[in-house]
Design a protein. Structure first.
Lengths: 287, 278, 282
């Protein structure tokens, strides 16, 4: 297996250490993201997911404990080339309006690729492609003022801006919150396409278990700063008891199958989507 | 919501519950203490009186069980400005000079100038501690009530006491939030490769891009204000007109004691002006 | 509907009317909210759901058309506070609406504003905190609460005003699954006590709990009916909607030939029907 894009081992982080408001955000957390993999990070609020995401982009460097290697570079080392790292890893935060740099949408999306010294036409094409990939019509949106966009549109624009640099990894913190089903489907298609055609990996942070089950290849579950579960999506999602204990739940399709199974129907309970549930129910009913 | 590390430099406005005596005082006595404390530090004259006053106030901070380093850490962001002002005071002091050490055109370094600078520094620390004594030991809800209660007699002449008090307490509450947002904006822009990292003095290196940092912060603050106002209107906020109060403020013996101590302090500092203490 | 609580007649609203970015958020919407009813309002991003919500209690005044609450016109300044006390609104992000530093003070804010006598205020507060399960947290700082608890606090602060209707603008969007379930159950309990509920949401499984659903599309009312009416619509994707998971499974099974009734929308129903079919097999 090739080098993982992200390799985090035994990471700990304490905010405001030494003050009366000191809080432990992460304790001994491990995380790995392989190339061409969609990894998910889930956990109840305050579990440390956003903190962990900041380490992936070297916004936070391990000073207290742990090792963080991203795109082959040790982020704790002073030789770490942050500029290059951030070209390769795109981060979209939970509040997208904090990342706006330009007045107009087109310029903002072009910000990243512009630093890659593309020719004018190539740049324009890149921006067009990135915007269309997230569902923002190029002609309609390129001259809109960035601050006039709605929350969902702004989030899409932030993702387009990150996509436009053709990164190896995107980290999306609550990327689909506030999007309607149509918007969500578009985002999923985009992530899958990028993974399959370019080998782009994604680390998605979300509490929408149905979405994670449908999209992710692997899942890491955090609670109160510790790793509770980690592994392939199917394995993790089948641990219904453990998930419910920390405030999460398996995908709804699985809950339905679990209820059916308890009532005597011989369906598989290791389902991740409505499609899989349908298949196993059909099998059980026509036996 | 994660809090970022710059919060360690914004200790003002943060309620730190340590359960001390000071925490249990009525907010009005603490507000009055702040005002009388300021009068005391303005009327204290001379090195020794100011040093004595500082030690007394630091003692109060310990009484409130607030960690001294935390309270004083608020000074850090202002350090460059303070240093600049101190230097200017020493160089350009134009009042009664005492002993003159250097006289060269506009620049005049004298013992009078040095005295002013030292006293100003002492006063600055006093002010910081007095403010902490109020804001770190009192919830902003209590502060609002305290201010509003003290301003109530003035509503007879039309002063909007409750709105004013609410503005103050909400501003205090949002200070650390905006501090967090500022940090988040800087982080976000680093993530996009928009800011260059030069260590501690990165702000100086990125001064050109100041607008890029301020605009998102202003927009963020405006949006929050908008949402807050909407929610307040949805709950029928009408200012101080016809409202009732859940929490009733009660002045106890402790509060009278604290107030007398404040008055005594002011009397002392004024009285000591009459004595020739350096 | 006889004697509805809220009547919306031909409502239109435009943001930034004379400006360069004029947006027609609502266009000729007419609907009614019945007393004690449970209504869901759904639609794609930008369809006007939030705007509609804010018009229901006079936070936004109609550009054209009228909104009447209990016979009072929202456009009439005399009735402003009476209307807002009757129709309470809970926003998506509770962090930005807290004004106080303890849970008790925060919840009591609405009652204080209305000048409720202290004795009465205390009993309303105790009731509201008990209903929302926050009684043990009354002295805590709201910013230290979990997301689910914050959402409950936002609801408690409205309950203190004794409203007849609760409007929830995507209140569950930021919650983890168990917290979301808890909030929905709380809303069910309040509904059982007689409160009218207006739920604005993107989550299709929440829509199934409602008695009536209004679907907005580009500022216009596209569908008004029961959840079944909505989910049987031929072009859900075009409206920016989707089927709830149980309905998706049912639809797939129906296509394969399983005789499931057309009105299977929620998981409990699906499970029951499958078990019934199983029983019926020879």
């Amino acid at each position: 297996m090739s080098e993982p894009l992200v390799n985090i081992r035994a990471l700990s982080h304490t905010y405001l250490a030494g003050t009366p408001l000191e809080t432990r955000a992460l304790t001994g957390v491990d995380l790995t993201v392989q190339p061409a993999e969609i990894a998910a990070l889930v956990g109840p609020g305050g579990a440390g997911k956003s903190t962990l995401a900041h380490y992936v982009n070297a916004l936070l460097r391990p000073v207290q404990a742990g090792q963080v290697t991203v795109l082959g570079q040790d982020t704790a080392s002073p030789d770490c080339d942050l500029g290059r790292l951030r070209q390769g890893v795109g981060l979209v935060l939970q509040s997208p309006h904090l990342q706006l740099l330009e007045r107009f949408v087109g310029d903002d999306v072009a910000f990243g690729p512009r630093r890659q010294e593309l020719e004018r036409d190539a740049l324009r094409e890149r921006v067009r492609w990135a915007m269309e990939a997230v569902g923002l019509d190029f002609e309609r949106f390129k001259d809109r003022r960035t601050f006039s966009l709605s929350g969902g549109e702004m989030r899409r624009m932030a993702i387009a801006g990150v996509l436009a640099t053709l990164p190896q990894l995107v980290v999306l913190d609550e990327a689909t919150t506030g999007l309607d089903p149509r918007g969500r489907k578009l985002m999923h298609t985009m992530l899958r396409d990028q993974r399959d055609t370019r080998g782009m990996s994604a680390l998605i942070i979300s509490n929408n278990m149905d979405e994670v089950a449908a999209l992710a290849d692997s899942v890491t579950v955090l609670d109160h700063g510790r790793t509770v579960l980690s592994g392939a999506t199917r394995e993790v999602m089948c641990r219904g008891q453990a998930l419910r204990q920390i405030g999460l739940a398996p995908p709804s399709a699985q809950t339905i199958c679990a209820t059916l199974s308890e009532s005597g129907l011989s369906v598989s309970t290791a389902v991740l989507s409505s499609g899989e549930a349908e298949e196993t129910i059909w099998q059980a009913m026509t036996r | 919501m994660a809090s970022y590390d710059t919060l360690r430099h914004v200790s003002i406005g943060q309620y730190v519950p340590t359960g001390s005596l000071v925490h249990r005082l009525d907010p009005r006595s603490k507000l009055l203490w702040l005002m009388l404390g300021i009068v005391a530090l303005l009327t204290a004259r001379g090195y020794w009186v100011n040093i004595g006053l500082l030690l007394f106030i630091l003692g109060l901070v310990r009484l409130a069980r607030l960690p001294l380093r935390y309270v004083l850490s608020s000074v850090r962001p202002a350090l460059p400005i303070i240093t600049l002002l101190a230097i200017m005071q020493v160089l350009f002091y134009a009042g009664p000079p005492g002993t003159v050490w250097l006289d060269w055109g506009l620049v005049r370094i004298s013992s009078g100038g040095v005295r002013l600078m030292m006293v100003s520094l002492l006063r600055f620390v006093d002010l910081l501690c007095l403010t902490s004594l109020l804001t770190n030991t009192t919830t902003s809800g209590a502060i609002t009530q305290g201010i509003e209660s003290l301003l109530r007699p003035l509503s007879a002449v039309g002063l909007p006491g409750h709105q004013a008090a609410l503005i103050v307490s909400i501003a205090l509450r949002f200070l650390p939030i905006l501090g967090e947002q500022m940090e988040a904006i800087v982080q976000a822009q680093h993530a996009r490769g928009a800011l260059v990292e030069h260590g501690r003095w990165a702000v100086v290196a990125n001064a050109r891009r100041a607008a890029q940092l301020i605009v998102p912060l202003l927009v963020d603050a405006y949006r929050r204000a908008d949402e807050l106002v909407l929610a307040m209107r949805a709950r029928c906020y009408q200012g101080g007109v016809g409202r009732t109060y859940l929490v009733q403020l009660v002045f106890t013996g402790r509060d009278w004691l604290a107030l007398s101590a404040a008055v005594a302090l002011v009397a002392l500092t004024i009285g000591l002006r009459l004595l020739p203490i350096p | 509907m006889s004697d509805p609580l809220i009547v919306v007649e031909n409502l239109s609203y435009c943001y930034d009317l004379d400006g360069p970015n004029a947006i027609q958020a609502l266009d000729g919407v007419s609907l009614a909210i019945g007393r004690g009813s449970y209504t869901a309002v759904i639609g794609h991003n930008g369809s006007g759901k939030s705007t509609l919500a804010k018009c229901l209690n006079g936070l936004l005044l109609p550009g054209a058309g009228t909104v009447t609450v209990n016979g009072m016109d929202t456009g009439d300044p005399k009735h402003r506070y009476a209307i807002r006390a009757l129709v309470g609104m809970v926003f998506q992000n509770p962090d930005n609406q807290f004004v106080a530093t303890t849970v008790a003070e925060e919840a009591a804010f609405g009652g204080e504003n209305l000048g409720v006598r202290r004795q009465d205020l205390l009993s309303r507060l105790t009731q509201a905190l008990a209903d929302t399960g926050l009684s043990d947290l009354s002295e805590r700082n709201p910013s230290t609460l979990s997301a689910g608890q914050k959402a409950r606090l936002a609801i408690a602060s409205i309950l203190v005003m004794r409203p007849a209707c609760l409007v929830l603008d995507e209140s569950t969007a930021l919650l983890a699954p168990v917290a979301r379930q808890g909030l929905l159950e709380l809303i069910d309990r309040l509904h059982a006590q007689g409160l009218a509920i207006v739920l604005i949401t993107h989550q299709m499984d929440e829509v199934v709990r409602a008695e009536s659903v209004h679907v907005l599309d580009e500022g216009r009312l596209a569908i008004s009916g029961t959840p079944l009416d909505v989910f049987c619509h031929p072009d859900l994707a075009g409206l920016g909607l989707d089927l709830p998971p149980a309905a998706q499974i049912a639809a797939g099974l129906r296509q394969r030939g399983l005789p499931l009734p057309d009105d299977t929308l929620d998981s409990a129903q699906l499970v029951q029907e499958l078990l019934d079919l199983r029983e019926a097999k020879p």
